[in-house]
Design a binder for this molecule. Structure first.
Ligand code: GLN
Ligand code: ZN
Length: 769
């Protein structure tokens, strides 16, 4: 590539690093502390050592400015709640008695006190603890964690940059505290919060911080004018402070949109922008705003959310464009590396050819350092790295894994007709009614039954070779028989096999589809001490053989009642995996949909009359900007229909989604053209049933009447009254009776009573209408 003019000033940095440690030491220490095996002092020791090792690793690999404060014992938003003193009333006593135990009480609750609510961190699979604020909230600064970690890094000789959640994002992520009017807007507390940030900034300056980073990812979402005004006010106020460190405002997971010119015109000294994925639009926005003359620009050119190697030459070209637009350009990841696993070199079970394509946190760090060297010393200094990178990219682009001609041909042959069922819903409903012969208000469940300790032991025994496949299969078959017997006895109308063979609803299918890879050590934090190993959707997807047929047909052979086939939908298969970045998501979704379509056809041919395709992720992967949503919903719903439209009229397609807030996707739900949809509704008192009714939703609905997120058993009266509420909006011919979600996290005793009550309530209401 052409030599670019060098700049001696660029440095390499990252916005954050995985917290877990190479062997998930943090999880073990925190859980050990909860169990009483590890003392508070030992836990703090492990945490300090992990921070030290991370900084040393970053510095050794050439990262010049290391982040501090991004480490957390549980969650960085909870740390911010502590930093600004917004401890909920119900947790104050615990926090006063012992700060560490109080911290974990907010995260996990105690016998007597509920934890903070947990929700997804933007469109990632990380979950944060939601701040609870109200008109009476007062803030007080508690900078101890921020200054303490800064001092640690300084003492070790590093050049640290403390990273904090910014004030606007903190308030926008908060919700009204219990007892506060639901229309209370936490952003109205900004003027009260800013002095606390001012104090923390002053303390960090006093402790030796030259720069402090304030993360404002909420600004990559569409924000109304009052919020944009708040951004201007907040950063003017913080900028006007005396004796403060320099401020770097960081937006990630997309472009800053209207907030960009506001921040560019304000007094902060630096902006950190995401130039990957939807963040690429920052380039034009920045140019349009005339750049950020006089400011520092930290360019996130290495994607912090996927696990693929960077195209180094493309990144260098982006960086070269940015030089004219800022006083100084530094190189970084697009966001914290929290969302990727630690080290692809640990994946010794993967084909080395494929490992070349992968970049986890360690490899991404090296890429950032290489790009920085290219900027400061000229591309000749990194010529070897560039040629290796070209070869690795070519290896991926030309691999049979990423280009399977049969899959490509199959995909190209899809026509619009393949994505539509032949008969309109009304016709289908009539033949399905005749075939299934169900009572009014039919009862069913969402799929999984309790994943008992015995099942987990059996799976571990199989992996360790203590039992053979035949013994494991017999264990699964026995469980299925038990689950069926219980359902028959309870009087449930449409049965499930209980999913005992599935460890996880995505991993199970990923393991059975060609084109998917599994990692050994690819752990990423989901929340607190919970880590997941998302599969990698690396290549063209195909189904070498049926995936669910065996257990579904086995279950059907054991009972005269209909057993639902149970599949995970294409959108969810993508959402809970690391996905390809070398083709549009729509293309990847279509490949998964075609594999599922074949599975659906096999199930139908084997006599399965009801097939459920779960899409709990349809809502959660909704793009952060409204402008990107129509295109997403178009391919997402089309993939679902492609998977499910190949069936006869008398095969009933169900779908299932969790979580509330369906408002924005009501039209998309209709567009799925599923015959029946089950949704989470128990906690919101069937609100979704009414939303669907108001929107004129024409098909069958099963709003959940049993909240499966707690061990609480709903009684008959409660279920019956929810059903009557549902009947307010949805006619009896189209209302199903089911729990909110799968039962795999629950225990058998509570499940038995709850489902008995559910059936009794359904019978009672049937008799009354
Ligand atoms: N069929 C799955 C189950 O019952 C659905 C889980 C989900 O929606 N998250 O567990
Ligand atoms: Zn669910």
């Amino acid at each position: 590539m052409a030599e670019i003019s060098t700049t001696p000033t660029s440095i390499a940095t990252v916005h954050g690093y995985p917290r877990q440690g190479p062997d998930r030491e943090l999880k073990k220490a925190v859980e050990g502390y909860w169990a009483g095996r590890v003392t508070a002092g030992e836990l703090r020791g492990v945490a300090a050592r992990l921070r030290l090792e991370t900084w040393r690793r970053l510095a050794d690999s050439g990262i010049q400015e290391v982040p501090t404060g991004d480490f957390s014992l549980y969650d960085h938003v909870l740390d911010t709640t502590v930093m600004v003193g917004a401890i909920p009333e119900r947790h104050r006593a615990a926090v006063r008695a012992d700060a560490l135990d109080g911290y974990f009480a907010m995260a996990r609750g105690t016998q007597d006190v509920a934890p903070l609510e947990m929700t997804k961190w933007f469109d990632t699979n990380y979950h944060y603890l939601v701040p609870e604020l109200g008109p009476d909230t007062t803030f007080t600064a508690d900078p101890a964690k921020a200054t303490g970690e800064l001092r640690e890094a300084l003492a070790l000789g590093h050049d640290p940059r403390p990273v904090l959640v910014g004030p606007i994002t903190y308030l926008l992520l908060a919700k009204p505290a219990p007892g506060v009017a639901p229309d209370f807007e936490p952003i109205t507390l900004l003027d009260r919060l800013l002095p606390v940030y001012a104090e923390v900034l002053a303390e960090l300056r006093a402790a030796g911080a030259a720069w402090v980073q304030l993360d404002e990812p909420a600004l990559v979402q569409d924000q109304p004018p009052p919020v944009l005004d708040a951004v201007a006010r907040a950063y003017q106020a913080l900028g006007d402070l005396e004796g403060r460190p320099k401020i770097l405002v960081c937006g990630y997971f997309g472009h800053l949109g209207e907030a960009l010119p506001i921040l560019a015109a304000g007094p902060v000294e630096g902006l950190a922008l995401d130039f990957t994925g939807p963040g690429a639009a920052n380039l034009d926005l920045l140019a349009g705003a005339g750049g950020v003359p006089g400011k520092r620009l930290v360019a996130g050119v290495v994607d912090g959310r996927n696990i693929w190697i960077n195209d180094l030459e493309a990144s260098l070209a982006t960086l070269a464009t940015l030089f004219g637009l800022a006083a100084r350009v530094d190189v970084s990841s697009s966001c914290s590396l929290l969302h990727v696993p630690l080290d692809s070199a640990a994946e010794t079970d993967l084909d080395p050819e494929v490992v070349r394509w992968l970049a986890f946190a360690r490899q991404k760090t090296d890429e950032i350092v290489t790009l920085t060297r290219g900027l400061t010393q000229g591309t000749r200094a990194i010529a070897d790295r560039l040629s290796d990178n070209r070869a690795d990219l070519a290896s991926r682009a030309n691999s049979p894994l990423t280009h399977d001609p049969a899959v490509r041909a199959h995909g190209a042959a899809v026509t619009a007709a393949d994505t539509r069922r032949l008969q309109p819903y009304a016709q289908r409903a009539a033949v399905q009614r005749a075939r299934l012969d169900l009572p009014l208000l039919p009862t069913t469940t969402i799929g999984s039954f309790p994943q008992t300790a015995e099942l987990r032991v059996a799976r571990a025994d199989l992996r360790a070779g203590r039992i053979d496949a035949a013994a494991y299969d017999e264990r699964i078959a026995a469980e299925i028989r038990e689950v069926l017997a219980f359902q028959e006895e309870a009087g449930i109308d449409v049965l499930v096999h209980g999913e005992p063979e599935r460890n996880d609803m995505v991993q199970y299918f990923a393991e059975r589809l060609d084109g998917y890879l599994a990692t050994q050590h690819g752990w990423v934090q989901s929340y607190g001490t919970r880590y997941v190993r998302p599969p990698i959707l690396a290549g063209d997807i195909s189904r070498p053989e049926p995936m669910t047929l065996r257990w579904t047909t086995y279950a059907q052979s054991q009972t005269g009642r209909p057993v639902k086939g149970m599949l995970t939908g294409p959108v969810t298969m993508l959402a809970w995996s690391f996905v390809r970045d070398d083709q549009p998501l729509a293309e990847t979704a279509r490949q998964v949909a075609l594999a599922l379509r074949d599975e659906v056809a096999d199930l139908q041919a084997a006599g399965t009359a009801v097939i459920q395709v779960d899409e709990p992720a349809l809502r959660e992967t909704l793009p952060l900007r409204a402008a990107d949503r129509p295109a997403y919903l178009a391919w997402a719903t089309e993939a679902f229909r492609l998977a499910t439209s190949g069936v006869r009229a008398d095969t009933q397609i169900h779908t299932h989604m969790c979580y509330a807030e369906f408002g924005e996707i009501l039209a998309a739900i209709d567009d799925l053209d599923a015959d029946v949809i089950s949704l989470e509704a128990a906690r919101s008192h069937m609100q979704v049933a009414h939303e669907l009714a108001e929107a004129g939703y024409p098909r069958e609905v099963g709003p959940g009447v049993y909240d499966i997120h707690s061990p609480r058993v709903p009684d008959v009266e409660e279920v019956a009254s929810l059903l009557l509420k549902g009947l307010d909006g949805i006619p009896a011919e189209r209302l199903w009776v089911n729990p909110d979600c799968g039962l795999k996290t629950r225990g058998w005793p509570e499940v038995r009573t709850s489902l008995d009550n559910l059936v009794t309530a359904a019978r009672k209401v049937r008799a009354e209408i």
